[in-house]
Design a protein around this ligand. Structure first.
Ligand SMILES: O=C(O)CCC(=O)C(=O)O
Length: 274
């Protein structure tokens, strides 16, 4: 049984090469191939040493900078309150079997256009969470202007393909709160690391405990793609990703005025979905 408000529905929003279980079953799209066909060097991120450790010990570990993991960032009660509040709103179908709720400006990344009209701010419940994030020195200056809630479910075959987030509008830190189940965020470098004797794709799995917060920055933000693989989604998972502005939209930047307006709206915390 799917939890309330996450019924699979009979339609999906997959375009092009994207697919989910709904379009594979109902529209005859070719099922997603496993990623075992090609050679992949698999590593696991070790939070204590901040190194990628080879899963079968056939290769040496290497430093993996740009990840900050904050376990138990929210309590179980807070998690319940956040999910209840999200589930009272409509979830929009998105690609690859995900559902989403966006709080942020409308953006056309191809044309590099931002539309502030219609953006009413981040949701009220995020106010206390952002204040908490800012208590860590690495997030002291973190001022997000976008929150995207994603809902993953195994029955829909939910996933997100490997990608790099935009860096024209979005700034250095991508901050995600992981809810309802543990998750695996897979980082990948298709060209491998030949200098370390790893000529084929390298994947580094980052285990995200339920209710943890993860920050991607530096190399993990700009060099390594990130993904949630379908085969790693075993239970419903909801996450909230917060994005800050890039230098172009901050004081001294070409679009500082627009940036200031976006921040004002975001921090009014009167958000309804856009
Ligand atoms: O589900 C996640 O943790 C990743 C979400 C993501 O990569 C994105 O929204 O761009």
């Amino acid at each position: 049984m799917l939890p309330e408000n996450t019924d699979g529905g009979a339609s999906c929003a997959c375009k092009g090469i994207r697919r989910c279980l709904i379009c594979e079953r109902l529209k005859g799209k070719v099922p997603l191939g496993g990623n075992d066909a090609k050679g992949v060097h698999r590593f696991l991120y070790d939070t204590d040493s901040k190194r990628a450790v080879c899963e079968d010990a056939t290769a040496a570990s290497f430093p993996f900078p740009g990840v900050f993991l904050w376990e138990n960032f929210i309590s179980e009660e807070e998690e319940k309150e956040l999910i209840n509040s999200m589930d009272q709103e409509v979830w929009n179908e998105s690609q690859s079997g995900r559902r989403k709720q966006d709080f942020g400006p409308k953006v056309n990344f191809k044309k590099k256009k931002v539309r502030i009209g219609g953006f009413t701010g981040l949701p009220l419940l995020s106010q206390q969470l952002i204040l908490r994030m800012q208590q860590d020195t690495s997030l002291a200056s973190f001022q997000p202007v976008e929150q995207c809630n994603l809902d993953y479910h195994p029955q829909r075959g939910s996933a997100i393909d490997p990608h790099l987030d935009d860096s024209w509008l979005w700034g250095e830190r991508l901050v995600t709160i992981n809810m309802l189940s543990n998750a695996t965020l897979t980082m990948s470098l298709e060209q491998g690391l030949p200098e370390l004797g790893l000529p084929e794709e390298v994947q580094v799995a980052i285990r995200l405990p339920c209710r943890s917060l993860v920050v991607l920055y530096g190399e993990a933000r700009h060099r390594w793609k990130h993904a949630i693989h379908r085969q790693d989604v075993h239970e419903r998972r909801v996450c909230s990703t917060y994005r800050e502005l890039s230098a172009e939209f901050l004081p001294g930047g070409q679009q500082a005025q627009l940036g200031a307006q976006l921040l004002d709206v975001a921090f009014s915390f009167q958000g309804t979905r856009v």
